[in-house]
Design a protein around this ligand. Structure first.
Ligand code: BES
Ligand code: MN
Ligand code: ZN
Length: 500
């Protein structure tokens, strides 16, 4: 979808009295504003301290003052926004400036602004880039299937010009930050897309399209997947008239002999539950059951856009879980690519079957340095963590710590849950090597424990994003159903630990 938001940078002016765009300035908690903003307020004869006292404007994030028809200048409006700068507030809002940008987008849309200038001469390129990211993330809307767009609800065309001190370094910082945003919005688009439009084939095409950015892409079809003996992944897809795909994407921006870091995504384009069919209530949400695959492909896009100096492989298993005369059933025993056999207890525990083969394949073919999978895997993780944190599981403490920290720093938060041999007996099967469910207790853990049987000795982490990938409450940077969760935290994880 074409964005209705344009963000530009421009040099600061010496005098804003003849500037025609409406103007935004920031004030922090002590009502400190930039020197240029100070001049502007002097010109219009506004005493910020005096006015603030009357209306309790404390410069907090989320607060704003709106001046219409200010005297002595051409602009018809001056907005003063809070940008908290006290230490405690900074700690509460790790991505402070992104949040500020998001709040600004919402405000400008609600005030029906079309062209505004923000005076940012006292902010760093990184801070400004975060504001740009927040603007774009918050301005995103998925309304391509509405034939009648309600003007009140549709974001207006918005052009925001940042007046900055260092234009070229700011542009560079913005481009870098926008690579992350583009990846997140790509993931949101895919998760929002309806399941009739986005089947395995169509999703695989989205992966192929990344080749224009220099990503090497291979798509495997059922003939090849059968040859590879991916019995677990294929079982899940066999009830659908839409055949499965496995998409493999490689970004080789690192040193030639550097082992790749691998990302693996659950791409169930729709999860009816299969023969163990789900209740009708909210089943439509299961169009988002490819959220893990969407985050993985979004991350690849981000890395390609910002030409990351990393070697990455990404593998996504794309299937549809349907009930049908040909569907797999409870009681079936299937043989995974690894050779391990699985007794199917519940056809609705399908994600782990898809991932089992995708993980094994990735390990065998690429021998990666690290494997990280993302999946909307269990309702149980939502029971445990709600929609604020995604579940993090790992067989490697150092890796878990890096991911946890990336979560804290990116605002896509992760919370570690245990893996332990003791849980293994819950998924031991009477008839096969294992069964695909472990009962009601610790459902997110037994699912992770299942996956662990397919990763060998490779340092591995599993992110269960069932609670965070979609249907989250709207926040400052997202008003859409899909969140794009996973792209930002993994980009952060890679930047902080494996680049530069
Ligand atoms: N895709 C679902 C998990 C899910 C539920 C994600 C709600 C997002 C929102 C998954 O395939 C599933 O059905 N899991 C079952 C596993 C159970 C049968 C062991 C679940 O969580 O109930
Ligand atoms: Mn399911
Ligand atoms: Zn599922």
């Amino acid at each position: 979808m074409k964005s209705q938001l344009i963000i530009k940078t421009s040099k600061i002016l010496k005098d804003y009295s003849k500037h025609t765009n409406n103007i935004v300035i920031y004030a922090d908690k002590s009502l400190k504003i930039s020197p240029l903003a100070k001049d502007l307020l002097k010109t219009i004869g506004l005493d910020l301290k005096k006015i603030s006292a009357g209306v309790q404007f404390l410069g907090q994030v989320g607060q704003h003052l709106d001046f219409l028809s200010p005297a002595n200048i051409k602009a018809k409006r001056v907005l003063i926004l809070g940008s908290a700068s006290s230490k405690e507030e900074k700690e509460n809002i790790p991505n402070e400036f992104q949040v500020i940008g998001g709040i600004l987008a919402k405000l400008l849309v609600s005030l029906k602004q079309e062209n505004v200038t923000i005076i940012l001469e006292n902010k760093t390129p990184q801070q400004i880039a975060k504001i740009a990211a927040g603007l774009r993330l918050a301005h995103y809307k998925f309304d391509k299937y509405k034939t009648k767009k309600s003007p009140a609800k549709t974001p207006n065309k918005l052009s925001v010009t940042f007046h900055v001190k260092e234009k070229s370094s700011t542009n560079k910082a913005i481009a870098d930050e926008m690579a992350i945003v583009e990846g997140s919005l790509f993931a949101r688009d895919l998760v929002n897309e309806p399941p009739n439009i986005l089947g395995p084939v169509q999703f695989a095409k989205k992966a192929s399209d990344l080749s224009t950015l220099g990503v090497e892409v291979e798509i495997l079809t059922p003939t090849e997947l059968k040859k590879l003996k991916m019995g677990a992944l294929m079982a899940v897809g066999q009830g659908s008239v839409r055949p499965a795909r496995l998409a493999i994407m490689r970004w080789n921006g690192g040193k030639k002999n550097d082992k790749p870091i691998a990302f693996i995504g659950k791409g169930v384009v729709f999860d009816t539950g299969g023969i163990s069919i789900k209740p009708a209530g909210s089943m439509e949400d299961m169009k988002g059951d490819m959220g893990g695959a969407a985050a993985v492909i979004g991350l690849v896009k981000t890395l390609a856009l910002r030409k990351a100096k990393l070697n990455i492989v990404a593998v996504i298993g794309l299937v549809e879980n349907m009930p049908d005369g040909n569907a797999y059933r409870p009681g079936d025993i299937i043989t995974s690519m690894s050779g391990q056999t699985i007794e199917v207890i519940n056809t609705d525990a399908e994600g782990r079957l898809v991932l089992a083969d995708a993980l094994h394949y990735t390990k065998e073919r690429f021998n990666p340095k690290i494997m990280i999978d993302l999946a909307t895997l269990t309702g149980a993780v939502m029971v445990g963590l709600g929609q604020e944190y995604a579940g993090l599981f790992s067989n490697d403490d150092a890796l878990a710590k890096k991911l946890f920290e990336a979560g804290q720093n990116s605002d896509e938060k992760l919370w570690r849950l245990p893996l332990n041999k003791a849980y293994d007996k819950l998924i031991d099967s009477r008839f096969a090597d294992m069964k695909n469910t472990g009962g009601r207790y610790g459902g997110a853990i037994t699912a992770a424990q299942f996956l662990q049987r397919f990763v060998g000795d490779i340092p591995w982490a599993h992110l269960d994003i069932a609670g965070t990938g979609f249907a989250t409450k709207p926040n400052e940077i997202n008003n859409s159903w899909a969140s794009g969760f996973g792209v930002a935290v993994l980009d952060r994880f890679l930047r902080d630990n494996y680049e530069g």
